[in-house]
Design a protein around this ligand. Structure first.
Ligand SMILES: Nc1ncnc2c1ncn2[C@@H]1O[C@H](COP(=O)(O)OP(=O)(O)OP(=O)(O)O)[C@@H](O)[C@H]1O
Ligand SMILES: [Mg+2]
Length: 227
């Protein structure tokens, strides 16, 4: 069974000037373990699609099932618990808590999801290559290192699906590479399925599948880098 199955997904906005078709009939099936890169011009619907996948937003039409279950919509409590149970999110701006150390940033998330595990927090930081920075504060490490803390944090609760929107958007090429390497390694080890939005074609080499969208529709969908 696929992890994600969406059919005819639409997200339309009714504006006084007319209907904005942010998503206009999207069909995608994603198997567990796939690493999808979502490419498309500005305004093509990428963020809207991520928001629908994570149940931050409700589609206006179509179906979406996750692990065989219909994903809740138009019910913020049910949507929140769906997100809490299943979704990890990495942001462009790392959103680390500045008054907590690297280690504490990870542990806080574990505590919030009721899965406190200091050993695992350390293992995750090792996985992203930050074993020597655990007791520093975010202000005392580089941007790429902060993004790797954010990755460790996003997988700390063992999400089945990890989403990222321009997560290397603020990083230089070399740092992006380090962050993506850490991410791929973490997803493989933890068997996490991922969907990342980017403008950066060079990130395609980290994906197992590339989906291009434009004007709320899929333009192409191909498997890449088959092993
Ligand atoms: N709240 C909203 N109300 C009306 N229209 C919206 C709203 N949010 C997004 N849109 C429109 O939906 C379309 C898709 O927006 P979306 O943010 O998904 O694009 P994107 O592909 O993520 O673009 P970018 O690469 O610039 O981040 C755009 O035309 C946008 O103007
Ligand atoms: Mg966007």
């Amino acid at each position: 069974m696929s992890l994600i199955k969406i059919d005819g997904l639409k997200r339309h906005y009714e504006m006084t000037s007319g209907t904005v078709k942010a998503l206009d009939g999207i069909d995608i099936e994603i198997e567990q373990g796939e690493r999808v890169i979502l490419l498309g011009p500005s305004g093509s619907g990428k963020t809207t699609l991520l928001n629908c996948l994570s149940a931050l937003d409700s589609p206006t039409d179509g179906t979406y099932s996750f692990d065989g279950n219909e994903v809740p919509r138009n019910d913020s409590e049910k949507m929140t618990s769906f997100r809490r149970e299943n979704i990890g999110y990495v942001f462009q701006f790392f959103n680390l808590l500045q008054d907590l150390t690297v280690r504490e940033n990870i542990q806080l998330i574990q505590e919030l999801s009721g899965k406190k595990d200091p050993q695992r927090a350390l293992e995750l930081l090792e996985l992203v290559g930050l074993e020597n920075e655990v007791d520093r504060f975010p202000g005392e490490i580089s941007g790429g290192q902060q993004q790797r803390v954010a990755i460790a944090r996003s997988i700390a609760k063992r999400p089945s699906l990890l989403l990222g929107d321009e997560l290397t958007g603020n990083l230089d090429t070399e740092t992006s590479r380090k962050v993506m390497d850490a991410l791929v390694k973490a997803c493989e080890k933890e068997q996490i399925t991922s969907v990342f939005v980017t403008h950066d074609e060079s990130l395609v080499r980290y994906a197992t599948r590339v989906i291009r969208i434009d004007s709320g529709k899929i333009m192409s969908d191909e498997r890449v880098n088959a092993e």
